[in-house]
Design a protein around this ligand. Structure first.
Ligand code: ATP
Length: 206
């Protein structure tokens, strides 16, 4: 049976619960009220979200943390490992390669790609950077699920076309280019938009 498609906001909140629960080591149960107080989200909304993950609290006790954690993992698709490559190992791409936190959440960065000779064949955090010319060959012999694109805008279209042509189904696009492809989920990630969102909320705060 196909699962109901969750909205972006629900996915964001479920990820927040998941991350928070991952850090709890000293108790077995948590109530929606406790979560609400800690995360600043209405407790009725939390109960609704958790019900969408198939979890219902026990009256007077709340939710069993390990059970809730594994249901959230399943709903969020992180009950398996995802192999990731970073294309464009400049400032941003290198910072992502250096970050050790992704593997904790099942995102396994397996390689970097670039066209700059000074970067190719180097390693960052034990992860090798290959020439982008070798991308197709690499993808054919390694199961890659996600490509993170951190190339300059002028290279983005060509790089994304190539990634999609090799059958990769998920792209995290850090470039300003807005792209849609039928056979690939492309999420555009733009930190400037987050700043603008925050500025707008601050500017309109009563
Ligand atoms: P960043 O934008 O990540 O801060 P930067 O300012 O150091 O990086 P950019 O010019 O944005 O550099 O390029 C990012 C990286 O993408 C560079 O390492 C560059 O060599 C690489 N790059 C550029 N074109 C391509 C391409 N077609 N394929 C793969 N990598 C590329």
């Amino acid at each position: 049976m196909k699962r109901k498609i969750l909205s972006n906001r629900t996915i964001t909140r479920l990820s927040l619960y998941y991350q928070y629960l991952s850090r709890i080591t000293d108790k077995k149960f948590i109530s929606s009220k406790d979560l609400a107080g800690l995360l600043g989200i209405n407790d009725a909304k939390i109960r609704k979200d958790l019900a969408s993950a198939g979890q219902f609290g026990i009256r007077g006790k709340g939710y069993e943390i390990s059970q809730l954690h594994s249901s959230l993992e399943k709903v969020l698709g992180i009950n398996r490992t995802w192999n990731v490559v970073i294309i464009g190992c400049g400032n941003l791409g290198s910072a992502l390669l250096k970050y050790q936190g992704f593997s904790k959440h099942k995102f396994n960065i397996v390689a970097g790609f670039d066209i700059d000779k000074t970067k190719v064949n180097k390693e960052i955090n034990g992860i090798k950077i290959y020439h982008f010319d070798l991308f197709g060959k690499f993808v054919k012999s390694n199961k890659i699920d996600i490509a993170v694109v951190t190339v300059p805008q002028e290279a983005a279209s060509e790089v994304i076309d190539k990634v999609v042509s090799y059958g990769i189904k998920g792209i995290l696009n850090f470039t300003p280019l807005q792209v849609y492809k039928k056979d690939c989920i492309i999420l555009k990630t733009d930190i400037t938009i987050e700043f603008i969102r925050l500025a707008c909320l601050l500017a309109n705060k009563k």
